[in-house]
Design a protein around this ligand. Sequence first.
Ligand code: GCB
Length: 593
Amino acid sequence: MTMADAHDPFAHLHDENYADGFAAGAATASTLVQSGGRVVESLDGPWRLTLDLFDEGLRQKWYAEDDMPPSQWATPRDYEIAAGDLVPVPSCWNLLKPEWTHFEGAAWYTRDVDWVPAKPGERVMLQIGGANYALLAFLNGGFVGGHRGGSTPCSLDLTQALRPGRNRLQIMVENRRRADRVPMHHIDWFNYGGLYREIGLMRLPGLFIRQVAVALAPGSDRQAIAARVTLSEARDASATLRIPELGIETRIAIEAGQGIVEIPACPALWSPDDPRLYEVEIVCGEDVWRDRIGFREIRTEGTEILLNGRSILLAGVCVHEDDAARGKTSTEADIRRRFRHARELGANFLRLAHYPHHELVARIADEEGLLLWAEVPVYWAIDFGNPETYADAENQLLELVARDINRASVIIWGVGNENADTDARYRFMADLAARARQADPTRLIAAACLINRERFAIEDRLADHLDIIGINEYFGWYEPDVANLERLVANSAPDKPVIISETGADALLGHRGAGRVLFSEDWQAEFYRLQMVVVSRTPWIRGIAAWLLYDFRSERRQTGFQRGFNRKGLIADDKSSKKMAFDVLAELYRRYR
Ligand code: GCB
């Protein structure tokens, strides 16, 4: 914009560079502050929301401070905070008004924040649990940072911009589906939008603990605990690690903001039968970081998966974050209900499809002793040749790892799902797997890999980079002949464990039929019987995750049976009506485990 343009009320109509300077990727995994048991002053509750289909907010600077009521405006405007709808946060806008159901675009959230400084030198982080897909945040008219990635959290430093007294916080959230995003525009779930997880302010001292990883030291034969501490700044310092129940109190020397310590220790090991958690505390200067952590070892040996040195079978179920009334917003009650249903099914394992779920999921799984596969939405036809897309995927992965690294329940990081084999895909996913391993050497890396349908064999060069080969197979559903599953097993000789990471059939609640009647409850139940015959007798299949616990919204699904839902749930979308297959699979799992 030239000086002359600055006085031209129509200049913004011709400015297509309106988004320059607003990087949605400023907040990343390395700026994320773990919750660490600290108090967060909640900003949940009512916010004003204005939809912005044409990006007028950036074009016209809706973030500029102007608190005049319209009656006092000198010139007309197209934005008025008070005219926005009062909406609850967290929520998905799609479910708030019928006319917003399919809205994909930008929307502006606004609220006042009253701030009372507590200590000189304190820092203040805005902690956002999840906003789909990208966000830009503005405080008192100034840009304070942005984030991309629809299911991972971010931290934005508000220290400089926050004023004592009243502040105006605005967050533009934007959920357009795009070919270069992660996931891309074609997905088999609903593209909810909004600030759909909790949001709040965290006070921290000038120098604080950003991230911590505490686990059994790899290679120590379960005889040592390792702790890694990262501070907010690359300074030398000293921290103290305490695990009172183990009698541990150790100094960690921190150099240039990083400290690592390894201590001989034999904690009682965390397992599904005994999900033992220890209070862990790290103090550095004025900052205290706390968590409850379970210690366990997960590794593979040949085609077996070993938990604390003992071979396990994973009997599991996949689940989406999708609720008829709340969409992608999960409450603690939702999570506990999912786990209760998984247990009723006899599952010891859940695959959290196909993106990072709410932070509480792994915390509650830690308490309850459930095993988890957590993944990033590197789903289907990602723009594998695009370096920006890779950077986004890697950042989402590292944010997930940073958030959940202390959760014993998470045993597998999933780096992708059903991605067609190209050189670009191979490089992208091999790099992602290597990055996951480097960031966290204590867990297993997996992906839903490929099947050669001419030979009926597991065949995916990516498998060389994984610890576990996931196979999504629908023999008996998309591919009618279940016998081909037997062929697949006969033709494959994997040298690492295989998990059937998905298998399932649609069934509309109440629809019945004898034989292979598609969409009937009967066929869904029979489908699982046939699957489990093969799974149970194949020694290198070490687990299965049924697709899936509940029916979920998916706009791709438009037959009379589906009506906008994927009906492969063992339970209908009301989250309570069990289909016939539920009890059938529960019985099969009882025998399997
Ligand atoms: C798959 C996908 C999953 C779909 C499922 C289905 O293989 O990984 O996201 O929802 O099949 O129901 O077709």
